[in-house]
Design a protein around this ligand. Structure first.
Ligand code: NAP
Length: 247
């Protein structure tokens, strides 16, 4: 792996969709991947090992995306250790759910979901966008959700967080388009990961035109395209990856 490989940060890169994105960016683009996680060190280490076994380059970077001080400390430490490199690709993927009917929702569940998804997007992107803009090249991809596009009962907190990021994606795309930094979102439907492992796939698949849950790799493929040179003129978009589950 050459020293000039692009650096990509994938938040929540240790499991599920983020894991698939890490593997894809390393394999298809030869990027040096910063695999972020917050509690599952073993899973994150495994992603790095797989990338290295396949001839790629990666390292883990631990922080809670919701904790601005922790984000800044970790990214500053990385930059100090790598003074000549720029994080040119951000994939804001970390997200959690705390489902429940809105009338019974606790402040804790509301805040937890907003803090990881929306505040996490802000903490990471606000920190890294300036060097990208100065560099006149960058790719930001936000992993949102079908819930943020069409709203989902029982997920008012999650739908609000994801819809807010869609708005931010479109607005930020306009602010920095002239500097060749693109900002897009991918909106998965139901994808088979730990997040959906308790769902009854057979039952829920009835409402999905393709009749099945998606695979993490099917989301990673769209992210891989959005960070490629071929997607240079695409910004402010939301790509739905949902097997036809549109509103
Ligand atoms: P997942 O399997 O539960 O994995 C979540 C990942 O995020 C893990 O790597 C986890 O790391 C990390 N993470 C969680 N909280 C974090 C925090 N505060 N700071 C840093 N990392 C954190 O989830 P997934 O299904 O892959 O979902 C990934 C993204 O896709 C999320 O934004 C989710 O909302 C979105 N999405 C998923 C689906 C779906 O059906 N699965 C559908 C639409 C959208 P640790 O293990 O260290 O906590």
């Amino acid at each position: 792996m050459s020293e000039v490989s692009k650096v990509a940060l994938v938040t929540g890169g240790s499991r599920g969709i983020g894991r698939a994105i890490c593997l894809k960016l390393a394999a298809e683009h030869g990027m040096h991947v910063l695999v972020n996680y917050t509690s599952g060190a073993t899973a994150a280490d495994e992603v790095v090992s797989i990338i290295k076994e396949n001839g790629g380059s990666a390292e883990v970077i631990r922080f809670d995306v919701a904790d601005k001080e922790a984000v800044n400390a970790a990214l500053d430490a990385w930059q100090t250790a790598n003074p000549d490199r720029i994080i040119e690709v951000i994939v804001n993927n970390a997200g959690i759910t705390r489902d429940g009917l809105f009338m019974a929702m606790s402040d804790e569940d509301w805040n937890a979901v907003l803090n990881v998804s929306l505040q996490g997007f802000y903490n990471i992107t606000r920190k890294l966008v300036q060097p990208m803009v100065r560099n006149r090249h960058g790719r930001i991809v936000n992993v949102v959700s079908v819930s943020g596009v069409m709203g989902n009962a029982g997920q008012v907190n999650y739908s609000a967080a994801k819809a807010a990021i869609i708005g931010a994606t479109k607005a930020l795309a306009k602010e920095i388009a002239k500097r060749n930094v693109t900002v897009n979102a991918v909106a998965p439907g139901f994808i088979a990961t730990d997040m959906t492992k308790d769902f009854d796939e057979k039952e829920m698949a009835r409402m999905i035109p393709m009749g099945r849950f998606g695979k993490p790799e099917e989301v990673a493929a769209a992210v891989s395209f959005l960070v490629s040179d071929g997607a240079a003129y695409i910004t402010g978009n939301v790509i739905n990856i949902n097997g036809g589950l549109h509103c």
